[in-house]
Design a protein around this ligand. Structure first.
Ligand SMILES: *[C@@H]1O[C@H](CO)[C@@H](O)[C@H](O)[C@H]1NC(C)=O
Ligand SMILES: *[C@@H]1O[C@H](CO)[C@@H](O)[C@H](O)[C@H]1NC(C)=O
Length: 480
């Protein structure tokens, strides 16, 4: 049965009112919803607490040097040991200080209590290795446990005199079950007592035995053979080619501090470009904090290095240094399985600025961050990666504007003068790309080496592993 309902005029007026109110409410909701969807960058910085720990690692143990919780220094006079057995200051070599004398020929009491550095001595020379320039080696780490053996191997492989290099790691935002920090502690101790190479070799051996026909290694059969052979050679007996391989470094410091992640900030995939921008700003903040915390007056150069580089010439620091640029980066590629084309440009953040990108930037909001590799931002820039010729001259230098962060050598003086990794939008860029731009604006030289390549590790994606499993099944069906 159907009920028909005749409305009186009064009633219908009420309904119209109600519909009207409903519409207004709906519009209001839509406005709020839209604002939410379009919400500009969430305040990802508000979660960064002024909380950190600083550890000094020597061959004798790990010493907690400083701990700050919510801006308050924690008393660490007791219980300073973690893992190590003996409480002992590291054997960090003292620098010679110069104390000028006063008129009577006595040491000047003011200057005695003041550390005196002539910064003109630490400007960074192109032959820094021969001149004894001190290097600050910086490496950010996040859930990096599985690549640490590789990273430490690469660190030992550096032929720049280890006793001139201070290493500082920044361990941030690791997941609860991850043991990056603990592993860095123990590797650093072994590094400083000269036994790390043996330990890594033993671990590798053990892994190989436990994983005789391990499926996790299956993808290696599909990698370019010349690449794999080079990797094999690179990790074999380096101590024979490089006499300083096991030499301890001047110091190893580990900072632990969280900077937060963009994940869970209410962004969906369609905001991928925006997420990139925010992510880069957080990373910029972390890089600046590490630089500011680890830089000493006597450092002449800073070398930034990512943890996941598989092979790089041992002389990479000298090779980047010798061109006398304030900022210098190599080319960064990664290998791929042969069915995906053997190799691929890894770093698209090192580029020469283009007119279309400058025009594009004019149309963007002041806060927008251009990221390379997204259809939203057709920049038509020349990427260092794509001007590489495998047989090109490794000494050829090209001036760059933006740089990627995988491996940056920069003069320490440019940081002292204010160049940094913007954690805000600077000329429509953030982090390392903005760092390159800022260095240029401040009249420092920024270069890249198109034909000098270091290799990022390839880790097979889910899709690649599926494809490989498929090919293996086919092989077996054919009875190979
Ligand atoms: C190096 O350190 C490890 C771990 O603390 C220790 O077991 C080993 O004996 C040390 N070796 C040398 C040569 O000092
Ligand atoms: C170590 O340095 C040598 C010499 O430059 C190089 O051939 C090799 O690939 C490097 N090893 C690694 C693991 O990068």
């Amino acid at each position: 049965m159907v009920h028909t309902h005749k409305l009186s005029p009064r009633k219908s007026l009420k309904v119209v009112k109600r519909i009207g109110l409903g519409l207004i409410a709906l519009v209001a909701l839509l406005v709020i919803f839209k604002a939410f969807l379009n919400k500009e960058e969430p305040d990802v910085f508000k979660d960064i607490k002024d909380t950190y720990e600083k550890y000094l690692v020597t061959k004798d143990g790990v010493k907690l040097e400083e701990a700050v919780v919510d801006g308050q220094a924690v008393d660490i006079s007791s219980d300073t040991q973690k893992d190590g057995e003996v409480e002992k200051e590291g054997e960090v070599e003292e620098l010679t200080k110069e104390y000028p004398l006063d008129e009577e020929g006595e040491p000047d009491i003011y200057k005695l209590n003041v550390e005196f550095y002539d910064l003109n001595k630490y400007t960074g020379l192109s032959e820094g290795d021969k001149e004894g320039d001190y290097i600050l080696f910086l490496m950010p780490l996040r859930n990096a446990e599985h690549v640490l053996p590789m990273a430490f191997f690469n660190i030992m492989n550096l032929t720049y005199d280890h006793s001139l290099i201070d290493i500082a790691f920044l361990v941030s935002d690791c997941s609860p079950e991850d043991t990056t920090l603990e592993t860095v502690f123990s590797y650093s101790m072994l590094l400083q007592n000269g036994t790390l190479a043996a330990k890594l070799q033993a671990d590798e051996e053990e892994k190989r035995n436990a994983n005789v026909q391990g499926s996790s290694e299956l993808y290696k059969l599909y990698m370019p053979q010349d690449y794999m052979e080079n990797v094999e050679k690179s990790y074999l007996h380096p101590e024979k080619q490089h006499p300083g391989f096991q030499k301890p470094f001047r110091s190893v410091t580990i900072f632990r501090k969280d900077f937060g992640q963009v994940i869970g900030q209410g962004f969906s995939d369609r905001h991928a470009v925006k997420v990139q921008g925010i992510r880069r700003k957080l990373m910029g903040r972390a890089r600046n904090w590490l630089t500011a915390s680890a830089l000493k007056p006597y450092h002449s150069w800073i070398y930034w290095r990512d943890v996941d580089i598989e092979t790089a010439p041992g002389s990479v620091i000298q090779d980047l240094m010798k061109h006398n640029f304030d900022v210098m980066v190599p080319n960064v590629w990664r290998p791929l399985p042969t069915f995906l084309g053997n190799e691929q440009a890894y770093d698209l953040n090192t580029w020469i600025e283009s007119d279309p990108a400058i025009e594009l930037a004019k149309k963007l909001d002041e806060d927008d961050v251009i990221v390379e590799g997204y259809a939203e931002y057709p920049t038509w820039r020349v990427h260092l990666a794509y001007i590489r010729k495998p047989k090109g001259d490794p000494n050829e230098v090209v001036e760059m504007d933006g740089v990627g962060g995988v491996s940056i050598l920069a003069r320490a003086k440019i940081f002292r003068q204010g160049v940094h990794f913007p954690a805000f939008t600077f000329l429509n860029h953030a982090e390392t790309e903005a760092f390159g731009k800022m260095a240029k604006v401040m009249k420092f030289s920024v270069g890249g080496l198109p034909h000098y390549t270091i290799w990022h590790i390839y880790e097979p994606s889910e899709d690649d592993l599926k494809k490989i499993a498929q090919m293996e099944r086919k092989k077996r069906r054919k009875g190979h």
